[in-house]
Design a protein around this ligand. Structure first.
Ligand code: GLC
Length: 735
């Protein structure tokens, strides 16, 4: 069911028509103009430059924060009064937003309310695990719940619209924004997209705890060549439609009120000015009724792309392609009036974009309730106990047990040596894009362990980028029964503009692990990172490896829950862990090639690296074991019904994610060796058996032909049902 229709009502359409009949051209163009609060004072360079300098270590955090404390957010109030600004991004706080909204509503000629957008990517103040971590829960109920909580807190902060969910398929671990993504698989990302949008938008967009969602980045941003952010994307239109577009189609069907195009190009045309994507696909094929907002400064950057001679031509192309709102580049406000006078654009084109934006302002209820009525709502909402509890639940379920030779779970009486900078660094638990997150809200790993055990000794021994203190390492581990080494990346090493050309452990952390393993004591590596890492030595030599990502405010407690066995880990990887950076992009649903890799020389392989990844998509161990049996396949004409029995053959209850993969054996186009088509989570007490049924609709078995027609071809298919993308019970069917 396509929920876009909920954005349209005849009554509202006539109100919009009445209002637009009163608007001047400048006021109309003002609705298409989104500004960011500028920071005045404090900085002798633009804020963005200062931020970049701090993130790159060219300005100390203390100096940056000192400048920030002297800076003042300035909302260009005269332009708001004049109706030249219709929206702001980057402002959070009920009192602040009410103040600027009051100017728009009570001091501008027509009183059109502002719509306030914000990057609430994985929680607002209750910071959840980064999206790549949360996706490892494979739990659509949790995806929705964390979206609902994020919406409630963001709305309490005065925010109407969030630039989320980010649903870029990410196959290249070098790309820093893989941290923000739901991973490499299209089906899982589509499940994630629908759940997030339902969570953010709720049942009623005008409700005080709902926010408009903005799935991004439309489209294929994760295909950036070299994994280098903002780089060109060169993919076939079939891959575009089979891999990258489906989560956005699902997002539109789920009723998303807005969409943000990506910085990159498709077929040499930047998404920001790509009429094929923004009009033919998004509006005509998908039926999208919301509005589009460019990414930051992206319209102006079409000049850098070389598809516009100047901002005026960029503005003309963007409006004609289907960009309704200009994020922070001033291209529209500076150029549309003259473009109209020159008849380069039409009044209808401007009116269509204005209507789309006003439609969402009405849908959000901003004309009836432009203000946060109760400014205390923030204090009453932010960090509610049930939100913090939910953050702990999601965090522990995001943890992926990659390896365990039996050293886990840890006995609570054991003497523990805890090492690594990231074990005792609260702020690092927040991960990228945690704008309102505060380190004082975070539980460190040291705190989490100490809450359970009295026998924890901590020494940093090694920072992420520094030297190993061998003396300290030997001292702290001397009388330990077990060693926990927390290693990984700083949160600034992933996220936007944070691609890495080498995805091994930074610094000397692997050297630290080697010293620890040489002690002969059990060593557990806990990974804190925003991307898959190439860790073949760690996987081979460390006794247990726990992928803990950046888990948000409850990181320490969640990690302790898993390490001590109070929670049986259930996470499953949603991205492949390559053996070397050179394997990137590495993803499970790849084609075979004419010479599938192997030991024979003349096959698709590397001279200096293995072909296989270290950990595959879907991988994740448990403290118990599961046995799959009795696979049955029924072709019911419109769907394939697959039944399987699964038994918990260990002595600990746990939750398993049963995965169904298919392969189209022979087709008119090359098909992937495997594709995830369904999954179910199942809770099993020790010794318990259950039957799990998974269905795959026949029309989901298709692909796009050379004319971009979606086709389902008859023929034989293989299928696998199991615990990850590498192994499982095998069967076949024919359609
Ligand atoms: C950034 C990001 C986008 C974000 C926007 C506003 O450049 O690409 O994801 O929503 O700007 O901050």
């Amino acid at each position: 069911m396509n929920r876009q229709k909920f954005l349209i009502s005849e009554e509202v359409e006539s109100k919009i028509t009445d209002l637009m009949n009163k608007m001047t051209l400048e006021e109309k163009i003002g609705q298409l103009n989104q500004a960011g609060p500028s920071l005045v004072g404090g900085f002798d360079v633009p804020f963005g430059i200062a931020l970049g300098m701090m993130l790159d270590g060219k300005m100390s955090k203390e100096e940056f924060e000192e400048k920030m404390s002297n800076a003042k957010e300035e909302f260009r109030e005269d332009e708001v009064r004049a109706g030249r600004i219709g929206s702001f991004l980057g402002a959070s706080g009920a009192e602040k937003i009410n103040r600027i909204q009051k100017i728009a509503v009570e001091e501008s000629r027509l009183g059109i309310p502002l719509i306030m957008g914000y990057d609430t990517i994985h929680g607002q103040r209750t910071v959840f695990p980064i999206p790549l971590a949360e996706s490892c829960t494979w739990d659509k109920k949790l995806f929705k719940e964390s979206g609902r909580i994020a919406a409630t807190e963001a709305a309490a902060n005065g925010i109407h619209w969030v630039f989320a969910p980010m649903i870029d398929i990410a196959r290249d671990a070098r790309w820093g924004r893989i941290a923000e993504s739901p991973g490499e698989d299209t089906y899982l990302a589509s499940v994630y997209a629908k759940a997030k949008i339902e969570g953010f938008q709720g049942e009623d967009l005008s409700a005080s705890d709902s926010v408009i969602a903005c799935p991004k980045h439309f489209v294929a941003y994760g295909g950036a060549q070299g994994g280098r952010d903002y780089n060109t994307v060169d993919i076939s239109y079939q891959t575009l439609h089979e891999v990258y577009l489906p989560p956005f189609k699902t997002a539109v069907e789920a009723g998303a009120g807005s969409i943000m195009p990506a910085f990159n190009d498709i077929g040499g045309v930047p998404c920001t000015v790509n009429k094929y994507l923004l009009d033919d696909v998004l509006r005509k094929e998908y039926g999208f009724k919301g509005f589009t907002v460019s990414d930051a400064n992206a319209i102006a950057e079409c000049v850098n792309h070389g598809v516009a001679a100047d901002k005026s031509e960029a503005a003309e192309k963007a409006l004609k392609a289907g960009i309704d709102m200009d994020m922070n580049s001033n291209s529209y406000i500076e150029n549309l009036e003259l473009l109209l006078q020159k008849e380069s654009i039409s009044m209808d084109q401007i009116d269509e974009s204005v209507r789309r934006i006003l439609r969402l302002k009405y849908a959000k209820g901003l004309f009836d309730n432009p203000y946060i009525s109760n400014e205390n709502i923030e204090k009453e909402t932010i960090l509610r106990k049930e939100y913090v509890d939910k953050a702990r639940e999601i965090a522990k379920k995001s943890i992926v047990l990659l390896k365990n030779n039996g050293v886990l779970p840890i006995n609570k009486e054991s003497k523990i040596a805890l090492v690594g900078e990231l074990a005792n660094n609260a702020g690092e638990m927040l991960g990228t894009w945690s704008l309102d997150g505060k380190e004082e809200d975070c539980v460190t790993i040291l705190e989490g362990l100490k809450a359970v055990s009295k026998n924890v000794k901590f020494e940093k021994c090694c920072s992420v980028e520094g030297e190993v203190d061998v003396i300290k390492a030997k001292e702290v581990t001397n009388d330990a029964d077990v060693i926990i080494a927390v290693v990984g990346e700083l949160k600034t090493m992933s996220g936007e503009a944070a691609s890495r050309s080498d995805i091994t452990l930074p610094g000397k952390q692997e050297e630290l692990l080697k010293i620890l393993v040489e002690t002969g004591k059990p060593v557990i590596a806990v990974l804190i990172n925003g991307r898959p890492l190439a860790i073949p030595w760690v996987a081979e030599n460390v006794h247990a490896v726990v992928e803990a990502w950046q888990l948000g405010i409850q990181a320490g407690n969640a990690i302790a829950d898993v390490l001590f066995g109070d929670y049986n880990p259930s996470g499953k990887l949603t991205t492949t862990f390559p053996a070397t950076t050179g394997q990137c992009p590495a993803y499970y649903n790849h084609p075979t090639t004419g010479r599938p890799g192997g030991n024979f020389k003349f096959t698709s392989r590397y001279l200096d690296a293995p072909l296989e990844p270290v950990y595959c998509f879907g991988h994740g161990l448990s403290y118990t074991t599961y046995e799959y049996s009795n696979l049955r396949i029924e072709n019911l004409n419109d769907k394939i019904k697959v039944s399987v029995n699964i038994k918990n053959t260990g002595d600990m209850a746990g939750e398993e994610t049963v995965q169904l993969y298919i392969r189209d054996i022979v087709a008119s186009r090359i098909r992937p060796i495997k594709e995830l088509k369904a999954f179910e989570k199942v809770w099993l007490e020790a010794g318990e058996s259950k039957e799990v049924i998974l269905n795959v609709k026949i029309n989901e078995l298709g692909f796009y032909d050379e004319k971009l027609n979606y086709i389902v071809e008859n023929g034989e298919f293989k299928l696998w049902v199991g615990s990850n993308s590498k192994e499982g019970l095998e069967g076949s069917f024919t359609i």
